[in-house]
Design a protein. Structure first.
Length: 226
């Protein structure tokens, strides 16, 4: 029997959290041992799970990349889970250090377990949808990682839903080389995110890019309207 994997989960959909927790216990070796509706509440409880699933678009006004960075600083690995994809937030949470990304419309809980298990083994799983949105990075060249032609090909083919082994055959390279290219791509995205290391800097940048979507800093008081 596979050893149990304890995870944390952050989502403001309480019913969804409870449903996942039950499904994991019945169907897999994953156990949801900690959960919260916000990153702040989750970290306040000092949870032990190394792996955390995080809803991309929490309703408390926090910026997704800020949430990822806060979890990473506390020693957690982050899997982004969302219903509706938002390209810019996907790119920025990847740059902030999120380990994996899935949408609940494209993937079921079995796939989420696969990703959790891969991350627990020390791998850096890249779903087809994650690769697709990274391949749609249309920012100016100075603002995005410089990928080699082969890395670009690999990313686009994985984004088209082609398996790593098939990508390798198409490009005449080994599957392990495809995996290495994906790891290099993720490393480049991680390095490109370093200039936005501070939460305040990122928030200013996000406003310039119109990514804030009326979000606010939850650490600041909001004055009521007159």
């Amino acid at each position: 029997m596979d050893p149990l994997i304890n995870i944390g989960a952050i989502d403001d959909d309480q019913m969804g959290l409870e449903g996942k927790a039950v499904w994991f216990e019945v169907k897999s070796n994953v156990r949801m041992s900690a959960s919260a509706s916000s990153v702040e509440d989750f970290l306040a409880a000092r949870p032990s799970p190394r792996i955390v699933t995080l809803d991309l678009n929490l309703g408390n006004g926090t910026l997704p990349a800020d949430n990822v960075r806060a979890l990473l600083r506390a020693g957690h690995k982050v899997i982004i889970v969302t219903v509706v994809p938002e390209k810019n937030w996907i790119i920025e949470t990847t740059e902030a250090g999120a380990s994996a990304y899935l949408t609940s419309r494209a993937y079921n809980l079995d796939k989420l377990v696969d990703v959790i298990q891969a991350l627990d083994r020390g791998e850096l799983p890249t779903t087809a949808e994650h690769a697709f949105w990274l391949s749609q990075d249309d920012r100016p060249d100075k603002d995005k990682p410089r990928l080699t032609p082969t890395e670009t090909q690999v990313l686009r083919l994985i984004g088209d839903g082609i398996k790593q082994a098939a990508v390798g055959r198409r490009l005449n390279i080994a599957r392990t080389t495809v995996a290495s290219h994906l790891a290099n791509i993720r490393a480049k995205y991680g390095r490109s995110g370093q200039p936005y290391g501070g939460a305040a800097d990122y928030r200013d940048w996000a406003k310039q890019q119109e990514l804030d979507r009326d979000r606010h800093d939850p650490n600041k008081d909001i004055k009521p309207e007159a």
